[in-house]
Design a protein around this ligand. Structure first.
Ligand SMILES: [Zn+2]
Ligand SMILES: [Zn+2]
Length: 228
């Protein structure tokens, strides 16, 4: 699967939700909406919790195996978003889902208005997940370790999470850590468009040069994920 070449002019979004967790669209509807918005790659990253991670991760992998060949212009990436798990559970879930073929592992980061377990951001970085989603403010130490462990920080396009984006950009880039823009979309209107990507970049205070780098690095990241 996934022998398709990624269209570099399309949108890459590595964080979306379907009806398998709290999204409003089925996988097929989600992909149809993504194609309408000119996506070239989409991460299917429903929430997984400690009580259901085996079942959900398996369903996502099966969907991609059975359906990728129906789409020749959008790459489907089987993922998960590990949510409200303790640091120890994050490590356990990461090892398991990677072993069965999940290509993209996100962790639901620590936002100030949610009861995410303390230490979630550190655990995500130490477990070498692929993306720390909406981490809120990050420290220099975390950015250094993320660089070393190949963990990308998400700049969320969601209004509830984007407050920290300028701080994430500044801290991550100071230490060479990777940043990516994701929708965290739960329904059609919240998926990325070219305008929304640009807005998110501008609101995060990215320079044109940094934005160009982000786009190249995101393509490289997808290629790395798919080569697993
Ligand atoms: Zn999340
Ligand atoms: Zn999410």
């Amino acid at each position: 699967m996934n022998k398709i070449k990624i269209n570099e002019n399309g949108i890459i979004d590595l964080h979306t939700h379907s009806t398998l967790s709290d999204g409003r669209l089925s996988f097929k509807e989600l992909i149809m909406s993504a194609k309408k918005n000119c996506y070239s790659a989409i991460g299917l990253t429903d929430h997984v919790y400690y009580y259901n991670y085996k079942e959900i991760s398996q369903k996502i992998i099966e969907f991609v195996h059975e359906n990728q060949n129906k789409y020749n212009d959008i790459v489907l990436i089987p993922g998960v978003e590990i949510t409200f798990a303790t640091p120890k559970q994050i490590e356990t879930i990461t090892k398991y889902v990677r072993s069965i073929g999940t290509k993209l592992i996100l962790v639901h980061g620590e936002a100030s208005f949610e009861e995410t377990p303390a230490g979630t951001n550190d655990a995500a970085i130490d477990s070498c997940v692929d993306v720390l989603a909406h981490p809120s403010y990050i420290t220099d130490e975390q950015a250094k370790r993320a660089f070393k462990n190949n963990v990308s920080f998400e700049l969320s396009a969601r209004s509830c999470y984007c407050y920290a984006n300028p701080q994430i950009v500044e801290t991550a880039l100071k230490h060479g850590a990777n940043i990516i823009i994701n929708s965290d979309g739960h329904f059609e209107d919240t998926l990325l468009t070219k305008e929304k990507v640009l807005d998110t970049a501008q609101n995060a205070s990215l320079t044109n040069e940094q934005f160009a780098c982000l786009k190249t690095n995101t393509i490289n990241l997808v290629e790395r994920l798919l080569s697993r």
